[in-house]
Write a protein that binds this ligand. Structure first.
Ligand code: G4P
Length: 286
């Protein structure tokens, strides 16, 4: 589902997250491991404020493992614990409880020393649409009770889901909006499927993808499409890929829209292997 993020929706989404923040000890911020910065809400720091936070790089199965390690290190350098997970397959989930405990150890030790009764850690999940929030909640409770709808503003009584004895999770995640202002971020969101009914031109997205692949994973370009380089005139690449993949119009001419669609679909479906689009060395401006 694609949400139209109008200013009113953003304000409402922010209000909802801010309200829920009061109820929890920790925020579990979900990002897409392929685009750990581009898939963050642009105001996340401001919204979360001082609340302790655990970052999960989800869909780690679709990201470049070496780059995921770099990203975990990147967050750690900022004093933020980050873990790679695959919510779909349920991989890396045990570490969430132990990570949250570690982050909150000082707070819970203090509570204990003041004679307060031990209780479970209360957490909420936040993230932009499609990063896997519902999938993770479903996995954590091991049954399908989380709603998959993304509609901001659906009011509903808060419910807590128990994850073992030590963690309680709000059953509805906080849904925040993605970044809009940067075109490159838009291409990355489209290539990872975060934006589906794309507001951007599909051919532009495909050109961005080809140039990115040429610069970072040229071997994969070759094995999938039989080309090593993307010439200045990118039409040549489209002609080659379009012909190879049978993207033709009635007269036998190359159908560029279809070719672009094939390229974008291939990337979304991991046909070119796991790819990380955000690079630690080229950080995206917040
Ligand atoms: P959301 O609540 O944050 O909006 O995301 P949701 O859980 O609905 O997940 C979005 C899509 O991402 C789902 O695919 C889900 O299966 C997939 N997904 C979530 N976590 C992972 C993961 O760790 N690895 C992989 N490979 N996929 C994951 P879907 O229902 O098929 O929708 P779509 O693919 O058509 O978007």
């Amino acid at each position: 589902m694609t949400i139209q993020w109008f200013p009113g929706h953003m304000a409402k989404a922010r209000r909802q997250v801010t309200e829920k923040l009061k109820l929890v000890d920790i925020v579990i911020e979900l990002v897409d491991a392929r685009i750990p910065l581009s898939s963050r809400n642009p105001m996340i720091e401001e919204i979360i404020g001082e609340k302790p936070r655990l970052v999960l790089l989800n869909k780690a199965d679709m990201a470049d493992p070496a780059k995921t390690k770099q990203w975990i290190h990147y967050f750690e350098e900022q004093g933020i614990m980050a873990l790679a997970v695959n919510a779909q397959a349920g991989k890396g989930l045990q570490a969430i409880v132990s990570g949250a405990k570690e982050i909150l150890k000082a707070k819970f030790d203090r509570m204990k020393s003041r004679g307060m009764r031990p209780r479970a850690i209360r957490a909420m999940i936040v993230g932009i649409p499609n990063v896997g929030k519902s999938t993770l909640i479903n996995r954590l409770v091991k049954k399908n009770i989380a709603k998959t709808g993304n509609t901001p503003g659906v009011t509903k009584a808060q419910q807590w889901i128990k994850v073992g004895k030590e963690l309680e999770l709000l059953d509805t995640p906080g849904i925040l909006w993605p970044k809009f202002e940067d075109q490159e971020v838009g291409y990355k969101l489209a290539l990872t499927g975060a934006i589906k009914d794309t507001i951007l031109n599909l051919q532009d997205i495909a050109v961005y993808a080809l140039r990115f692949l040429e610069a970072t994973y040229p071997d994969r370009l070759e094995s999938r499409y039989g080309i090593k380089e993307i010439p200045e005139d990118v039409v040549e690449s489209f002609n080659h890929i379009g012909a190879r993949r049978g993207c033709l119009m009635a007269g036998g001419e190359i159908n560029y829209d279809k070719t672009a669609e094939v390229i974008v679909r291939d990337i979304r479906n991991v046909q070119l292997g796991p790819i990380t689009f955000d690079r630690v060395e080229v950080k995206v401006e917040d």
